[in-house]
Design a protein around this ligand. Structure first.
Ligand code: OSB
Ligand code: MG
Length: 371
């Protein structure tokens, strides 16, 4: 059965975060997100562009995604007939980079296929290896160590299975030591978002004493080679995030010994098609993966839940409850996490939640309908 994309609706929404989120590259108070609705025969699939407000995590930002969608992605997709959502990735692969923007449309079309097949998105992508996904949280850099310790305590009491803390030079060894003193046996990891170089190797080696599950992306956002050098000098496993933008790069990183774990983000990798290929590469090499987050709205969050049901997503990810980010989410019900730190999969068609259209209209700052 072919599916012809008749209409794309772009919505730029703005929602304040419940609490600011600070990484080594800056602080975010409010999110600007582009949602993509892909429609055929009155049925709509939904996707989310996970780019940040500034080009600081990678080169994309909300402002680059909007014209790219209109000028380059939409013309390749509108009125085109797809026999499988697997074909969408290739339709836009002539565009260099901009994976998050392309993924916004790709994921919407996967959701559309799932709905037209009257099945959940997790089934459409070949997931379903687990009925509950294990959840961790990502905790940003705080104004003080006591504030961080309090935040960690709150999340552990809520049931989350692992804690990821953001680090940067000046907020690393001494802070992790305090965390370990307070919580000696929790599953703990650190994410540096590219804040170090190989010159910092002695500082990074001091992290080995804290029994971290992994250190995420310590070196440059576009580097694999230096990570291989660093991994040889560290006991702590390296997990790569920013620098893995394709299944092929994942294969190269594993072959070089640059990491022992990979964080898969739908946006960074260009959507479900390539995410599955990266997942399979990692599985073949015995490299576990987990699902990363980009402070998504409920729609991107629901896609992450579906992705996390693929078999090799064996580690707790950064997919957590809506209430950690939003006073009100754009989906109903919001994403909720059980007292044992899991999110239950449901059997509804598509991404599994309802869009709250009234609330969506309230947070929308611009719309573009393309036919
Ligand atoms: O590196 O994983 C990251 C948020 C924005 C940009 C990069 C990252 C993050 C997170 C937050 O760690 C994950 C989440 O809670 O959505
Ligand atoms: Mg990261």
């Amino acid at each position: 059965m072919g599916i012809t994309i008749e209409k794309l609706v772009l919505r730029h929404i703005r929602m304040p975060l419940v609490h600011f989120f600070e990484t080594s590259f800056g602080r975010t108070y409010s999110r600007d997100i582009i949602l993509v609705e892909a429609a055929m025969d009155g049925v709509s699939g939904w996707g989310e562009v996970t780019a940040g407000e500034n080009p600081f995590y990678n080169e994309e930002w909300t402002g680059s995604a909007w014209p790219l969608l209109i000028d380059y992605v939409a013309p390749r997709v509108l009125n085109f007939t797809f026999t499988s959502a697997e074909e969408v990735y290739g339709r836009t692969s002539h565009i260099r980079g901009h994976n998050m923007t392309r993924a916004g449309v790709e994921c919407a079309i996967w959701d559309l296929f799932a709905r037209l097949h009257s099945q959940p998105l997790w089934k459409e992508i070949g997931g379903g290896a687990r009925a509950q996904i294990p959840c961790g949280v990502s905790i940003g850099i705080q104004d003080s160590v006591p504030i961080l310790l309090d935040k960690i305590r709150v999340e552990l009491e809520a049931g989350y299975q692992r804690i990821k803390m953001k680090i940067k030079p000046g907020w690393d060894v001494d802070v992790i030591r305090e965390v370990r003193r307070e919580f000696p046996s929790i599953l703990l990891m650190a994410d540096a978002n590219s804040a170090y170089t190989l010159d910092d190797v002695n500082e990074l080696r001091r992290l080995d004493e804290f029994n971290l599950m992994m250190i995420e992306q310590p070196l440059a956002h576009d580097d694999i080679i230096d990570h291989a050098t660093l991994q040889r000098l560290l006991q702590t496993p390296i997990c790569l995030d920013e620098c893995i933008r394709s299944a092929h790069q994942g294969q190269q990183a594993i072959d070089m010994g640059a990491c022992r774990i990979i964080n898969i983000k739908l946006g960074r990798i260009g959507g479900f098609g390539e995410a599955r290929r990266l997942h399979d590469v990692c599985a073949r090499h015995g490299v576990p993966v987990w699902c990363g987050g980009m402070l998504e709205s409920g729609i991107g969050r629901a896609h992450n839940i579906a992705l996390s049901t693929l078999p090799n997503f064996t580690l707790p990810g950064d997919v957590s409850a809506s209430r950690r980010y939003w006073k009100q989410d754009i989906i109903v019900p919001p994403v909720e996490v059980s007292a044992t730190g899991t999110i239950a999969i449901n059997d509804y068609d598509g991404f599994g939640y309802e869009v709250d259209h009234r609330f969506l209209d309230m947070v929308t700052v611009r719309t573009e309908t393309l036919t």
